[in-house]
Design a protein around this ligand. Sequence first.
Ligand SMILES: Cc1ncc(COP(=O)(O)O)c(C=O)c1O
Length: 388
Amino acid sequence: MECENGINLANGMPNAKMFPFEEISVMYTSGINVKLTGNDLTWSLQYGPSQGQLPLLKKVREFQEYWHKPKYNDWDILFTSGSMDGCNKVFEMILEIGDPVMVQVPTYDGILNALAPQMPEFIEIKQDEDGIIPGNIVKVCEIRQRAGKPIPKILYVNPTGANPTGTVLTNIRRKEIYELAEMYNFIILEDDPYRFVHFVDENPTTFLELDTNGRVIRLDSFSKIISSGLRLGIVTAHKEFIKKLTIHMETTNIHPSSLSQMLIFKLLTTWELPRLQQHFDDIKKFYHQRRDIMLSLIEEHLTGLVEWNVPKGGMFIWIKVNNMKDVMELVQKKCISQRIFVLSGHAFNYDRLKAEQHIRLCYSYASPEEIDKVLGFFSYTLFASPTD
Ligand SMILES: Cc1ncc(COP(=O)(O)O)c(C=O)c1O
C-alpha cells in the first residue's frame, strides 16, 4: 500500500476498495451537505491512529485551548468511545484492586459499575446545592493521614449539571478542591459531559483551567451536545498520561469509530466557533424550558408529597419522597405495572441495598403530556398510600 511517506507493508489493514461504500452523504442542520468520497471516505471507513484522527485532534486541541486555556504546556488529548469509556480506562490504569477512591455521591450509576471490578474502598464525598463539599474531602484526608492510611489516588467529580442531582459546583469550591488536590496529592477526574448544558450565567471554571501541573484528567463528551450514538468523547490530561492511555486504546478499542470522528470533524470545520456557540445556546435554552415545564408540573402535582431541587444544569430532577422510607416498591412495582419507568435512588449508591427516598426524573426527552401523566400517577399513588 502507498502511503504519504513511503510504502506500507506493515499494517494488517483491509483494502478500502473492497468496502461496499461509494459515498456517504450527510445533511447537517442549517442545510450543510457534506459528501464523503475519496480520501475522506477511506479515512471514515479505515483503521486510524489510536489517539484519534490527526485533523480532528488538531481542531479539538484548538477548542480545548480556547475553552480552558490550560496553564501548563504539556497537555494533550485523546478520543474515546464516549466519556464512559474514558472513565473506565482511567480507573483501570490508575487504581489497584481495593484502592481507596473518593467519589461524589449520589453518583452517576455508570461510574459505580465502572468502579466495581476494582473493588475499591469507596469513600463518599457528599454534595449540597452547590456541589461537593470541600470540608468533606479535608475530613477524609486528615483522618486517613492521622491513621497512617493512604490518601485516595482519585477524586471523581461530575461538576456541572451533576447526574442525578443537577448541581453545578461553584467556582469558589472548584478552587478550594484543586488546592486540596495539591495539598493531599490526589488526581481530580473531572467528568463533565453537561459542560454546555447548564442554566447559570457563565460557563463555570473547569478544573482543567485551574490545573498547573497535570493533576486533572478531564473528560468531555459529544453525547449531550452533538450525538450520543456517535460514541465520541475526549480525554484531556498530561502528555505522559495520554501516551499511556494511547497504548491502552491500542490494545482495547484500537480507536473510536473513524466515521464518528469524520462526522464530528466535518461539523466542527463547517460550523466554526460562533455557530457552535449558537448551537450550545440553543441546547441550553431547550433543556432550560424542559426543566421549567417539569418543575411547574411537580409543583402542581406533588407539592407537600415530595421535596425537590432546582437543577442548575444537566437533564435530571432529584426528588425526595416524603413519608416513605424506601421508594423501591413504588418504582419497581407500582410504576412498572403502569409502564412508567423512573430510576430509584438506589441506582446512585455504592451500597444498592441501602433504603432510599429519592427518585431521579429525566426531563430531556419525554413530552410535557407524558410528564404530566407520570406526575399525576405519583400524586394519586402517594395520596392513596401516604406513609410506610
Ligand atoms: C455524569 C456522566 N458521565 C458520563 C456519562 C456517559 O457519557 P458518554 O455517552 O459520553 O459515555 C453520562 C451519561 O449519562 C453521565 O451522566
